[in-house]
Design a protein around this ligand. Structure first.
Ligand code: TPP
Ligand code: SF4
Length: 282
């Protein structure tokens, strides 16, 4: 079956049209995820998508796999529970930057530290879209938002650096402009054993774009094209030249022991040794 036909296996067409604003990049991310699922020929009955609350959190409405729509900032905690109980399932977690890195930042660093086999995909639009454009943990310094009318006075997180530092296995950044590259990294991220993380830079013309006078969806797309550079180019740039630029593509791909494997081994040891927590702690 062609990939373009196969995407219908993972889409809930009865739920269309999409609820997102015109010009929002969430539809592009959703389509690219579905294309990645089709390329990997994931079994929908063995695939779980977990979402938090927010515009991007509504993505699970359109997916024909198992889905769990849970509380804001807690998607990774629920996903961890699912994966720990049923390690054979493919678990994909969709979060906004508010969800993943602001209210949910603690779950993000611990999921990475644990190196649990989840794929976290963040739609990073630099603000809280659903609640009206407040600033989040990734909002760049000086940005105008509904809660920073004179510009933010905090630096935003570089989510990829955060996850690399915390212990993830696969880390990549894409944008809603670079869709071919985005599909490639999503395929790799979903395939990867261990904690994988994709930061997708998205456009929210309704709030972030309008507040920061970035023009409409077309201008915002053009800007992504202008500021994105490959890792090879990034490494050649001076600190001053890096300002305002965005490195995209794969930033980390390593193999290291994974949580559910370690946990299964530990259970076996505990049972083989006659059980008892004290046995394997010694
Ligand atoms: C515990 C909790 N706090 C706050 C809210 C209100 N709330 C709902 S969505 C949201 C922000 C969503 O922003 P983000 O995660 O960046 O996703 P986006 O809407 O931009 O896709 C907030 C604060 C909530 N639902 N639950
Ligand atoms: S508010 Fe922003 S993130 Fe939410 S649907 Fe509209 S454009 Fe997209």
């Amino acid at each position: 079956m062609l990939v373009d036909e196969a995407i219908y296996r993972y889409l809930r067409e009865d739920k269309l049209p999409l609820m997102w604003c015109p010009g929002c990049g969430n539809g592009i991310i959703l389509k690219t995820i579905v294309r990645a699922m089709a390329e990997l020929a994931l079994d929908p009955t063995k695939t779980v998508v977990v979402t938090g609350i927010g515009c991007w959190g509504k993505a699970d409405d359109y997916l024909g796999v198992h889905t769990l729509h849970c509380t804001h900032g807690r998607a990774l905690a629920y996903a961890t529970g699912i994966k720990a109980a049923r390690p054979e399932l493919k678990v994909i977690v969709l979060m906004g930057d508010g969800d993943a890195a602001t209210i949910g930042g603690n779950h993000l660093i611990h999921a990475a530290r644990r190196n649990i086999d989840l794929t976290a995909i963040v739609s990073n639009n630099y603000n809280y879209g659903m609640t009206g454009g407040q600033y989040s943990g990734t909002t760049p310094l000086g940005s105008i938002t509904t809660t920073s009318q004179y510009g933010t006075v905090e630096e935003g997180f570089d989510l990829c650096n955060l996850v690399i530092g915390a212990g993830g296995s696969y880390v990549a950044r894409g944008t809603v402009f670079h869709v071919k590259e985005l599909k490639r990294i999503l395929v790799e991220a979903i395939r990867k054993k261990g904690f994988s993380f994709v930061d997708v830079i998205n456009n929210c013309p309704t709030h972030f774009g309008r507040n920061n006078k970035m023009g409409g969806p077309k201008e915002m797309m053009h800007r992504l094209k202008e500021i994105a550079v490959s890792r090879q180019t990034w490494e050649r740039l001076s600190a001053a030249e890096k300002k305002g630029k965005l490195v995209i593509g794969e930033l980390l791909d390593i193999n290291q022991p994974e949580f559910t494997d370690r946990y299964a081994a530990l259970r076996q040891r505990a049972q083989g040794n006659g059980g008892g927590v004290g046995t394997f702690l010694r």
